[in-house]
Write a protein that binds this ligand. Structure first.
Ligand SMILES: C[S@@+](CC[C@H](N)C(=O)[O-])C[C@H]1O[C@@H](n2cnc3c(N)ncnc32)[C@H](O)[C@@H]1O
Ligand code: SF4
Length: 506
């Protein structure tokens, strides 16, 4: 069991916020931004879960009308230890294992896919993310070829690849162009040199210039990630970051994330010890989000992902149509299949959540022994039939009226959830038309809260537990009982050692 500590974060353990039109930010019920924007698909741990149940859920996941198929491949290599990073848990600096890794990860994707009822169904998108996929070097050729050879991969499949600016090589960019990758994505986070330093990011931005020149015109969608809410950041620096990227003709896609501190214990520890300057106040953070979405929309960029906007002029409409907009790496609705391979990757199928082990050595050893390295307590075979309701704030498509009506008639959503939705609509966070439900601009600012509030109790509890775990780890790092390394964020291991009272080097 995870040790539970009382933490001061007001969102931890809170149930759905009651409307307080005069007390909240922008006259909403919310007094702060959500502390979590990433792990929405969790349910509470199931200590009784077995491998047999996991496989049964995978094999029995029904291929329903409206089924869609997406693939995610995680590459857990990083040459950096960025302090804000939610994906650093278990990332290895030992990227010499790249050949072995690419071979096994391609095997896991194919094997999982072949054991589902979606085998051969057209694949909507393939995402290679990380970590730093560029650290597989020349083995990217093998990986892209293996993924392109999957049954169901067609000329309409979106192929998106992430890389890290400071480690990517020209040869890697050449491979992306050669394999007709449709979207390339990299993190900038902020252009502010001071904040970059706090986050253990290279201060210099010469990599950005160089990579943009290499890639210009060779991959149709070029995406840069930004974050708001970092220590030391304010509205002025956030405005400047966004404007500079929007003004660059080589960038036509921007993802702007709200910092999820709970996913970055090292950052929480730095805030606790005073090593890092504080984050901006809640009203200023909300203004950063409002400014970001408002500026992008006013300038004609369109939403194509959880936090992603695209500049469409000059973009081939066929490429735009292929953009799945799934950078949040979770299934969009109950019928959807997301097959995910690699350490830390999580698959979602109708009636199944399948989480892999975070630790790469454990993952490699199991794969070589012909086993799939699942982390059983975090796997689930419960049917979350209301997924489309609480996931729609994350989705650029919104929630169509037809899907909503189907969910209602099949009793997939409760009366309480319907009341919550109606309340959000009254507050102007959600807009309802004959087409269905979508977020207003204000709704985008509070999207994390909306997802949380639209869930049922168990789902909300899982998110709250996750936030709390992040604080427990942050405290342990600041107290010196966990060493601040990439592995400190491997919750599958670090928390259990901590709970057993054993010191851990993470
Ligand atoms: C999977 S990471 C990989 C990025 C890539 N390795 C790089 O450094 O450019 C993708 C993006 O997630 C976002 N991200 C990572 N940790 C986050 C956190 N704790 N809160 C919000 N966004 C985060 C960052 O914008 C990052 O660029
Ligand atoms: S942000 Fe840093 S630590 Fe996170 S995946 Fe990218 S390079 Fe690795």
């Amino acid at each position: 069991m995870v040790r539970r500590a009382r933490v001061s974060d007001p969102s931890v353990g809170a149930s759905v916020a009651a409307p307080q039109p005069d007390g909240g930010l922008f006259h909403t019920r919310y007094a702060s931004l959500a502390r979590n924007t990433i792990d929405y698909w969790m349910l509470p741990d199931d200590p009784e879960m077995t491998e047999r149940r996991v496989w049964s859920a995978i094999e029995r996941a029904p291929r329903l009308a409206d089924a869609s198929l997406q693939v995610y491949v995680h590459v857990p290599f990083c040459a950096q230890r960025c302090r804000f990073c939610a994906f650093s848990g278990g990332n290895t600096l030992d990227f010499k294992q790249a050949e072995r890794y690419t071979r096994l990860v391609a095997l896991q994707v194919r094997d999982l896919l072949e054991r589902t009822q979606m085998k051969g169904h057209p694949i909507r998108s393939i995402n290679i993310g990380g970590g730093s996929p560029d650290l597989v070097g020349s083995h990217i050729d093998y990986l892209l070829r293996a993924l392109r050879d999957l049954p169901g991969c067609t000329d309409d499949t979106e192929v998106a690849v992430e890389f890290t600016l400071s480690t990517v090589s020209r040869a890697f960019i050449d491979a992306l162009a050669r394999y007709h990758v449709t979207k390339a994505s990299f993190g900038v986070q902020t252009l502010d040199t001071k904040v970059r330093g706090y986050m253990r990011q290279p201060r210099s931005l010469r990599h950005l210039e160089r990579v943009l020149d290499w890639i210009d015109g060779r991959v149709p969608v070029v995406n840069a990630d930004l974050i708001t809410g970092l220590p030391g950041q304010n509205l002025r620096t956030a405005q400047r970051d966004l404007q500079e990227l929007m003004d660059d003709p080589r960038i036509n896609c921007i993802s702007s994330y709200l910092l999820t501190p709970a996913a970055a214990p090292s950052l929480l520890a730095g805030l606790a010890t005073g090593d890092l300057p504080p984050t901006a106040s809640a009203p200023e953070q909300a203004l950063m989000r409002l400014h970001t979405y408002g500026t992008l929309q006013r300038s004609g960029w369109i939403r194509r992902g959880t936090n992603t906007y695209v500049r469409t002029d000059g973009l081939d409409p066929r490429i735009l149509a292929r953009l799945a907009g799934n950078e949040c790496i979770g299934a969009s609705h109950y019928e959807a299949f997301l097959i995910a391979a690699g350490p830390q990757a999580i698959s979602y199928l109708p009636g199944a959540r399948v989480e892999n082990a975070v630790n790469i050595d454990r993952w490699l050893t199991a794969m070589e022994a012909g086993e799939h390295p699942f982390h059983l307590p975090k796997c689930s075979d419960l049917a979350q039939r209301d997924t489309a309701l609480w996931a729609f704030p994350l989705r650029w498509e919104g929630l169509s009226q037809a899907r909503f009506d189907r969910m209602r008639t099949s009793n997939a959503i409760t009366g309480t959830q319907l009341e919550t939705l109606a309340g959000l609509e009254r507050e102007g966070l959600v807009v309802h038309s004959s087409k269905g439900y979508e977020l207003s601009l204000l709704g985008e600012v509070f999207m994390g809260h909306l997802v949380h509030d639209l869930k049922q109790d168990a789902g909300r509890q899982a998110v709250d537990d996750y936030v709390e775990e992040g604080h427990v780890l942050g405290k342990a790092i600041s107290a010196g009982s966990v060493v601040d390394s990439n592995r400190a964020n491997d919750r599958q291991v670090t928390l259990s050692l901590l709970n057993a009272g054993r010191p851990t080097d993470g």
